[in-house]
Ligand binder design. Structure first.
Ligand SMILES: Cc1ncc(COP(=O)(O)O)c(C=O)c1O
Length: 441
């Protein structure tokens, strides 16, 4: 086997893929193209068709639920399989090639460059939830310290802060944010109004999971910094959808899913901690590598030399490396496609969906319409038809998968439509027809 890091294997050809995994006719159909390295089509029309061919999605299914899960690419699954194979073939060789300080720095460095951070500030995790818990559980806070959160935070964030409050007596002040927001200043004003001299952290979602509102993250972070308050941003729904960078956001801690809008393997996420915050966030899963104990790690275990955040919080990579090893090539593909072009396509499809749905009797949109205040998620109340039943019927009868989420204000369930680059206008028309048939005013 060549002595190269696992993630730089040459791209897999279609022939190899079919031979390697025993092609069923469905797989043969899906495997029209598997290489992330081939030249990209020049025209937008061909490009997005090409993108759809890379994705492992049942060709009959319209997937408008990337907010829950973004199907990955065939080349990612094959690279994951290859890494698992290498792990089993010769574990020492696998460790040397994929878990050495150089290999981990290379992978974490690629993710860091993509999000606009330093390599020591990034840890790979099993998802956003795991990364959230590192921050909420490990951040140095004393009893009586206050954390300002919002009613629109994801349950994973709300539950994690609630648990911290129960365990260490911090106070969580939850700001009710309405849907739809009227403007960015409304969110900033409500959050600012909840701050007092005990506030240590402002915790909010960059793009809200239920109503799809895009908060003025940079302004909130800048407001907090001027008052010496830390900011913790949940970027699970933003990374891969909006063209963002942490340098621009200016937050202290940030998390994201890699299995939503980035379309990484299911079970992957990322944590960012600003360099000077790392010492103030205790690792929840302690091991010999975490503390860099003398004699604490077995001979040959490379973790002691990993970049700082990976060493302290990157346990997932140690156990589930093959899930993460295809990431560098995947992020390269995002950049070759163009992050601003991806965002533009996501928005184009979301705007088209809004235009088709806003006039439909019975439908009430809860995603704000002001430009810049939303992205690729459009949420609505479907008249008197329960959203959860509607989502189930759309999936089973029309093969259109959309999300159904509880509105955080307890006002019932919402239908959540996510548009990503592997969707197209015809698919949205299928959704529209399904809604026209079923939504009762
Ligand atoms: C805003 C937000 N935060 C956190 C999460 C949890 O993400 P993960 O599945 O990566 O743990 C989700 C999942 O839907 C989400 O939408």
């Amino acid at each position: 086997m060549p002595d190269v890091p696992i993630d730089t294997h040459p791209p897999v050809t279609r022939r190899e893929l079919l031979a390697g995994i025993g092609a069923s006719s469905a797989l043969a159909l899906l495997a029209q193209s598997s290489s992330a390295e081939e030249d990209l089509p020049l025209s937008s029309r061909e490009l997005w068709g090409w993108v759809r061919n890379q994705q492992v999605i049942d060709p009959d299914l319209v997937w408008l639920d990337t907010g829950r899960m973004g199907p990955t690419l065939r080349s990612v699954l094959v690279a994951e399989y290859r890494a698992r194979e290498a792990l089993n073939l010769d574990f020492n060789d696998y460790l040397r090639r994929s878990q050495s300080a150089e290999a981990v720095a290379s992978l974490a460095g690629r993710v860091a460059a993509f999000v606009g951070a330093d390599v020591d500030e990034i840890a790979l995790t099993s998802g956003a939830t795991a990364a959230i818990n590192v921050v909420t559980g490990g951040l140095e806070l004393a009893g009586g310290d206050e954390v300002v959160t919002t009613s629109q935070d994801h349950p994973a964030v709300r539950a994690a802060w609630a648990q911290r409050a129960r365990r260490s007596g911090i106070v969580v002040r939850e700001v009710p944010l309405p849907s739809p927001l009227t403007g960015p200043e409304q969110a900033l004003g409500l959050i600012a109004g909840a701050v007092n001299d005990k506030t240590r952290v402002i915790s909010f979602a960059h793009l809200q999971f239920a109503d799809g509102a895009l908060l003025p993250a940079r302004e909130i972070c800048s407001f907090a910094r001027q008052r010496g308050i830390l900011t913790f941003v949940d970027g699970a729904q933003a990374l891969g959808m909006v063209d963002m960078s942490l340098g621009d956001l200016g937050c202290d801690a940030w998390v994201a899913s890699l299995h939503k809008w980035i379309n990484g393997t299911y079970g992957t996420g990322v944590l960012y901690l600003r360099r000077d915050l790392i010492d103030r966030v205790a690792p929840l899963e302690a091991d010999g590598a975490t503390a860099n104990l003398a004699g604490g790690i077995e001979p040959g275990d490379p973790r002691g030399d990993w970049p700082t955040a990976m060493r302290r919080y990157g346990h997932a990579y140690h156990s589930y490396g093959p899930l993460f090893q295809p990431l560098a090539a995947l992020l390269d593909l995002h950049e070759r496609l163009g992050r601003s072009r991806i965002e533009a396509r996501v928005r184009e499809l979301a705007i088209y969906t809004r235009l088709r749905l806003q006039a439909m009797p019975g439908i009430e949109l809860v995603t704000p319409g002001a430009p810049g205040l939303w992205g690729g998620i459009l949420s609505l109340r479907p008249g008197s038809t329960p959203a959860t039943d509607l989502a189930r019927t759309l999936a089973s009868e029309d093969r259109v998968a959309v999300g159904a989420v509880h509105a955080p204000d307890g006002s019932g369930d919402l239908l959540r439509i996510s548009t990503h680059i592997y969707n197209d206008h015809d698919q949205i028309e299928r959704l529209v027809r399904g809604l026209q048939r079923r939504v009762k005013a």
